[in-house]
Each structure stands twice: as C-alpha cells, then as structure tokens.
Design a protein around this ligand. Structure first.
Ligand code: SF4
Length: 329
C-alpha cells in the first residue's frame, strides 16, 4: 500500500490547485455561449454529450436546438418511434448514437421513472454512454467529482505534463488536476481550452491561462501524418415521377445505417451522363457521387415515396444531400 501511494503521488502535479483556479477564471470570462450551457438539466446535458461525440460543435448547435423542440423531454423521446428519432438525427451521422439514445431513454422512463442516473457508474450502464460521456454528464449535471477525458483534454494534459501519457494513467492525472468544488465547469474548461487555444497545430500559448504551468508551450511532438482518405466513386439513380421519388430501404440487420432510406445504387455505365455530381466524405473515404436522373426498370426493388414525405423519413446523410441538391426536399 505505501508503495502504491508513492507511485500515485509521482503522477500528481503539485500545482493542481493553482491550475484549477486559473483555468476556471479564464473559463468564466471566455466560455462560448452554447445552448447546452444555459442550464444543467440532465436530459439536455446528456443529449449534448451524445451529439458531440465525433461531431463538430457548430454542426451540433443547429441539430441540438431542433431535436429539443421535437423531443423536449426524455419522456417525449422515449414515446417517439425510433424512425422519428433517427429522422431528427439525420445529418449528424453515426446513427447508432440515435438508436442507443432512444433505447437509453426508454430504459430511463420505464425503469427509473424518467430520472437519469446521477453517478458515473450508473450512467455507464445505459446504452450509448461510455466512460467519457458518463463522466461528463455526472460532473456537469450532478456535480460528481470525476474527470472526463476526451481528445482535447488528452492533448492539454500531455502538453502540460510535457510527456505522452495514455490509458488509465491519463485519467488519473486528469483526476488529480480536477477542481473538486467545480468538477463540471473544470471538465468543460479543459475541453474549451483544447478546442479554442490548445489546438492540435499552432496552439495559442500566449493567450493560455495555464501557460506558466505548461512544460511544453507548443506542440508536444510532430503530429503523425494525417491518414489519407481512400477515394471511391459511386453511382445513384434518381427516378422521380409525378411527385414521387423511388427510394430503397437499407436492411435492418446491416451494420451501417440500418433501416434508413437511400437512392438506389446503380453500376457504373459510361453511356449514362450524370445529371450532377457531388463529394461526400465519411471517416476514411472520400466519395465522388454521380447522380443520374433516369427511369428505373419495373423490377427494381424499392418504394415510391411522395417527395413531400421523403424529407421526414430517416434518410442517410448522402440521400438527404442528393435530394436537397436536386431541390426535391
Ligand atoms: S501553454 Fe500552449 S501547449 Fe501549454 S496548455 Fe496552454 S495552449 Fe496548450
């Protein structure tokens, strides 16, 4: 036990209290006015944390407000059919998040009388809530003194310490730095610092509230070269007749975007001139998408959907992009 304590002490920065004070003072003066910061309602905090996973703040703001108008409470979310929830999520990508959010809302309503659990451990047991999200929700909405470590926080911690730490050790250091009196604000301040000043490239150290305590004051090491995206080409048919569009539904057992609607993909045929092209980028692939307006053969599998209804369906992000470009929704 004494040996363990000695090992742990070596991880604890001696300046934790001063670090917290300076960081929080800066955060109080400079934090961005984001809709999920206007109160600490657990449902709103939870929703924002799920939406922010792998998604830019600017994209989330727009969807967050719309989603809350449609599903203002966890009860409203749980009572809605999954298809409406996925439709409202359309454009944010990573649709499994919407499915898990919906499943978690049903658990919260049916097993917990609509009350979100208050602790990291209980939150982590809900679908779609991992260690980071659970820590963020527990600290921001309920004041539990737990550190939340995302990519931004990891970068800040590593630069402040002047060395790469990862895994559980990284979480321990973040916990040692945490302000026990304002854990939710501290976690948000660390994320804010990473998102606005301690940027991956060319951090703005001269504006940084903890510059005097940072051992790196710059980039810790050259970032690894960005992973090159694979380039692919894909062709879709846009068959629109008498106000209806021919769409196909992805199988429910598919891993990606199950049950969502899209345009029928067609094999490349150089004799068909595309009506328009667009680019569509997902995590590892940059697609050149060719869309041809044509009449599909009668045996094509799919459904005719009224254009006025199509926009309300859970469309894939690409299908929505194509139909917007074609001015059909
Ligand atoms: S001084 Fe620079 S590198 Fe260090 S935490 Fe601040 S912004 Fe990041």
């Amino acid at each position: 036990m004494p040996r363990l304590a000695a090992k742990r002490r070596s991880e604890i920065p001696s300046f934790a209290s001063r670090f917290g004070q300076q960081l929080l003072g800066w955060f109080d003066r400079n934090k961005r006015d984001l809709p999920w910061r206007r109160n600490r309602d657990p449902y709103r905090v939870w929703l924002s944390e799920i939406m922010l996973q792998q998604t830019r703040v600017a994209a989330v703001v727009e969807h967050y407000n719309r989603f809350l108008v449609r599903f203002p409470t966890v009860q409203a979310l749980a009572a809605a059919p999954l298809s409406s929830v996925v439709a409202a999520w359309s454009g944010l990508g990573y649709y499994r998040r919407a499915q898990r959010l919906h499943a978690a809302a049903r658990q919260v309503v049916h097993r917990r009388r609509g009350r979100l659990p208050r602790t990291l451990a209980e939150l982590e047991a809900l679908p779609g809530i991992g260690r980071y999200s659970a820590a963020a929700i527990a600290s921001i909405a309920f004041g539990e003194a737990v550190a939340a470590v995302d990519g931004n926080v990891e970068r800040v911690v590593q630069r402040v310490l002047g060395r790469a730490v990862c895994g559980n050790r990284l979480w321990r250091v973040a916990a040692d730095l945490l302000s026990p009196s304002r854990p939710g604000d501290f976690n948000q301040a660390m994320m804010e610092l990473g998102a606005t000043l301690c940027l991956p490239r060319e951090p703005k150290c001269r504006l940084c509230p903890v510059e005097g305590m940072c051992r790196t004051r710059g980039e810790l090491k050259p970032s690894p070269p960005a992973r090159r995206q694979a380039r692919k080409e894909v062709d879709y048919a846009l068959d629109c007749r008498q106000g209806s569009i021919f769409l196909v539904r992805r199988a429910r057992e598919m891993t990606l975007m199950p049950g969502m609607w899209e345009l029928p993909e067609i094999p490349r045929d150089r004799s068909i001139e595309p009506s328009f092209t667009l680019r569509h980028s997902i995590t590892s692939t940059d697609y050149l998408v060719r869309v041809a307006r044509l009449a599909l053969p009668g045996e094509a599998k799919g459904c005719w959907i009224k254009a006025s209804r199509a926009g309300k369906l859970p469309l894939t992000g690409l299908a929505r992009k194509i139909l917007c470009r074609a001015k059909l929704i």
